[in-house]
Design a protein around this ligand. Structure first.
Ligand code: PEP
Length: 499
């Protein structure tokens, strides 16, 4: 049996604390039996991959890399198909390429994928129409808790086991795609992107110019056998933690080798999800084989604490303080200036670099009121953090037909305000979070009446493919401007002005 840690933490010490967003299972014994099974299953990711991400987050904190946190708001079991995974990965890689173009620093890619099944809900019940009648049923909490169908809302522990296997199938396919050259820019080649959705001629021209400049540069690098990132110092985006074949930087192909892959053939790609279901997280928490008292959550590389579960004395903060993984902390308008520092003191008492990413999500109307206070409080505390903006989760609105969405313009507004506020306060926005499908607006001008036709998500609104690219170009343009100085481009001003 492992010796007790001085700080009193164990993988199960959260069980004595108040649990926000708790799920009431009808049969607790069945739940514990399922968790017991998960405890015997192999880890999904490894401690060395997790440590590697910590190093890369530390580079983000030093402004040597930019963090992209992208993927689904909530995954579903049903959507775990080959074509869905290919397109999600393709989109994230496309977005990261656009960001590389703008920032000229490595992009640390963290997908909201391979485990993002549970969702916090603002109310325990919701009213749905069953045979034309309004009926109050328990809220849908995500595929690893209950079913989307209003008649399948009783939490079932077996869904946690299913989540483990869907996560491992997803991860396996992502690892296989990346290891077999999916990121080689063949089918995801920028010049192959369809721009038919872009209604503004000015935007289309700018997109085309950027895409062709990017592909020319990459083709040139490939022809001369130079990796596009070989001159960048740190971190290297050029190896692939998820692949057993190239899990350390020492396996980086030699730039001089005529048949070596470009680094973008083999990219780092990490997984993440909200650590909401603590029983599941505990079951996948494993002691390090090499470092005494170190525990890793092996269900994902990065886990984040949601805005609704970050109470200082609550179960989630208790669990998160003890794991070695890099941690995301959602920061919304209800977070106080001193509270953010108290939280950092609990989660990262030794102020270790690479551990904390603050994911701000105030909403466009509130970012000016809160972000400056948080930046100042964190700076004075001398806690090392990476600041990233999630412009999705603070900007939700409900359409008259009851569909949750958000307007693209509010997303742009929060993001551009965050860039500005960081700069005004001597800080820097170091990453961006976005989730795919479906928002109103963007360069394809999605209207409210079109939304239900295209609505693909069952839980929370996300960006669609084209809007994700819009956003990527916007961020890239900002980063390029920051790097070079000078005026904003047509893309930037058109998007900011609500094309
Ligand atoms: C999320 O990121 O999926 C989420 C629910 O965020 P938040 O905790 O910020 O509401």
């Amino acid at each position: 049996m492992a010796a007790l840690r001085e700080d009193g933490w164990t993988p199960g010490s959260w069980r004595t604390k108040p649990f926000a967003q708790a799920v009431q299972y009808p049969d607790e014994a069945e739940l514990e039996s399922v968790l017991g099974t998960i405890k015997t299953l192999p880890p999904l990711v490894t401690p060395s991959e997790i440590d590697r991400l910590r190093d890369q987050v530390a580079a983000v904190q030093r402004n040597e890399a930019f963090l992209l946190h992208a993927g689904d708001c909530a995954e579903s079991f049903e959507a775990c198909t080959e074509s869905n995974l290919r397109s999600k990965l393709g989109l994230i890689l496309s977005v990261s390429l656009i960001l590389i173009w703008g920032a000229r620093v490595p992009i640390v890619r963290v997908g909201r994928i391979a485990g993002q099944y549970a969702k916090p809900r603002s109310a325990p019940t919701e009213v749905v129409q069953i045979r034309g009648e309004p009926v109050e049923v328990p809220s849908f909490r995500g595929d690893n808790v209950n079913g989307l169908s209003p008649t399948d809302r009783t939490p079932a522990p077996a869904r946690l086991l299913q989540a483990y296997f869907y996560s491992s199938a997803t991860l396996n396919h992502l690892r296989a795609l990346l290891a077999s050259g999916f990121a080689s820019l063949g089918e995801n080649h920028p010049s192959g992107w369809s721009l038919g959705h872009v209604r503004s001629r000015e935007l289309r021209a700018e997109f085309t110019a950027i895409a062709s400049a990017l592909s020319d540069a990459l083709d040139f690098s490939r022809v001369i056998g130079l990796s596009p990132s070989s001159s960048s110092s740190s971190p290297s985006p050029s190896s692939l933690p998820p692949s057993s074949s190239s899990s350390s930087s020492s396996t980086k192909p030699s730039p001089a080798h005529p048949h070596s892959h470009s680094p973008l053939d083999e990219v780092d790609f990490y997984t993440s999800h909200e650590g909401l279901m603590l029983g599941y997280e505990e079951a996948l928490t494993r002691a390090s084989h090499s470092t005494p008292h170190a525990y890793y959550n092996t269900s994902a590389h990065l886990l984040w604490i949601g805005d609704r579960t970050r109470q200082l004395t609550g179960a989630h903060v208790e669990y998160f303080r003890g794991i070695r993984n890099p941690i995301g902390v959602k920061v919304g308008p209800s977070m106080g200036g001193s509270e953010i520092v108290e939280l950092l003191d609990i989660l990262n008492p030794d102020k270790e670099p690479g551990r904390i990413t603050l994911i701000t999500r105030y909403g466009a109307g509130k970012v000016d009121a809160h972000l400056p206070t948080h930046i100042r409080a964190v700076r004075e505390s001398r806690h090392p953090v990476a600041w990233i903006c999630d412009p999705m989760h603070g900007n939700t609105q409900t359409t008259p037909s009851g569909i949750k969405t958000r307007h693209f313009s509010t997303i742009i507004a929060e993001l551009t305000a965050s860039f500005r506020i960081h700069a005004e306060n001597g800080s820097r926005l170091q990453g961006d979070g976005f989730s795919v499908t479906e928002c109103l607006g963007g360069s394809m001008g999605l209207r409210e009446d079109e939304l239900s036709l295209r609505y693909q998500t069952f839980c929370d609104p996300r960006l669609n493919f084209e809007q994700s690219l819009d956003l990527a170009f916007l961020v890239a343009d900002h980063l390029r401007k920051e790097r070079r100085g000078g005026a904003e481009s047509a893309v930037y001003s058109a998007l900011r002005n609500g094309v």
